[in-house]
Design a protein around this ligand. Structure first.
Ligand SMILES: Nc1nc(=O)c2c([nH]1)NC[C@@H]1CN(c3ccc(C(=O)N[C@@H](CCC(=O)O)C(=O)O)cc3)C=[N+]21
Length: 294
């Protein structure tokens, strides 16, 4: 048996089509959602990612507000730019592109973001709301990658309710935060968070209905770690040089052999990445809708 593919590119396109309609409905009420980005320095990779986010916005009708600062910007310069985005009424949600240059206190910058404009959903206030309001409807921005993973799986008809989920990797953007969503009453998954200090990784993953591989270790999830019929989501992003072409390419955490045992596998690229971007747009539209309703 070969696993079916959790197609992130197609699912993100479907979500963008839905968002286009919601943006049009907001426009009819005189509201235009706007995504702000703050890019510091001229790292080509970061510049490329930010450009991609603005292309996504243009596709669904979200306005773009771009702030750029040179690589030698001070803590004060960066904080002033965040305040400008907080105060700009055209900006209904924004992100500070990470990483920030060395020597900048990233936590201080991120904590300055207005939590109601936090398009990444990673502001301490919003993570705190998820912890404290576990049985209440969500009315705050959600972390994009965890939300994207859940949408990707559920939109392929896979039911996560009651599932045993093993998360590999304790990074803030995925490992630490996805359990906050999966253990809400409407999903009711049981979540195990594994990390580099886990004594026996295979013992956990072999019992999992769903594996979320977010370790950033190429190929760490091999077929012998996967229960037959399990769902495997590949979140890890490493770069490697292709020996044949000599070009740099994305390598995930999931070994190709897993496709012979799993029921569903997300490709990488083409899986979680496009979903993360779609959820960033969703957060901006959600926020604009809340604003329009208030
Ligand atoms: N404040 C902030 N928020 C972020 O969300 C954020 C950030 N900073 N800094 C950098 C990382 C990286 N990130 C990606 C999102 C989507 C793809 C993506 O769509 N990738 C494509 C292909 C990419 C390729 O082939 O290189 C895919 O997976 O199919 C990649 C990377 C968001 N980040």
């Amino acid at each position: 048996m070969t696993a079916q593919i959790l197609d992130g590119t197609a699912t993100a396109a479907a979500i963008k089509a839905e968002l286009t309609q919601r943006v049009a409905a907001l426009a009819a009420r005189g509201v235009t959602p706007g995504l702000g980005t703050l890019l510091v320095g001229d790292d080509p990779g970061s510049r490329w990612y930010v450009a991609g986010k603005h292309r996504d916005c243009a596709e669904v009708g979200i306005a773009s507000i771009q702030e750029e600062l040179p690589g030698d910007a001070t803590q004060e310069d960066i904080e002033a730019a965040v305040r400008r985005l907080n105060e700009n009424p055209a900006c209904t949600g924004f992100i500070v592109q990470l990483p920030l240059p060395r020597g900048i206190d990233t936590h201080r910058v991120l904590e300055l973001i207005d939590p109601d404009k936090d398009a990444d959903g990673l502001h301490p206030t919003n993570l705190g709301r998820l912890v404290l309001r576990v049985n209440e409807p969500v009315t705050s921005p959600l972390p994009c990658t965890p939300r994207g993973i859940i949408e990707l799986v559920e939109r392929h008809g896979v039911d996560l309710r009651g599932a045993d989920v093993v998360v590999v990797g304790r990074g803030v953007t995925v490992g630490r935060s996805i359990g906050l969503l999966l253990t809400r009453r409407e999903v009711n998954a049981t979540v195990t968070l594994t990390h580099t200090g886990t004594a026996d990784l295979a013992e956990h993953t072999r019992n999992a209905d769903v594996i979320v591989a977010a370790a950033g270790v190429p190929g760490i999830i091999t077929a012998d770690l996967v229960k037959p019929g399990a769902v495997v989501v590949d979140v890890g992003v490493s770069r490697a040089t292709d020996p044949e072409t000599g070009k740099s390419r994305v390598v995930g955490d999931v070994d190709a052999g897993v496709r012979e045992v799993a029921s569903w596998v997300s490709p990488n690229p083409g899986g979680v990445g496009p979903m993360t971007r779609a959820m960033l747009l969703s957060n901006v539209v959600d926020t604009a809708e809340r604003l329009a309703a208030s």
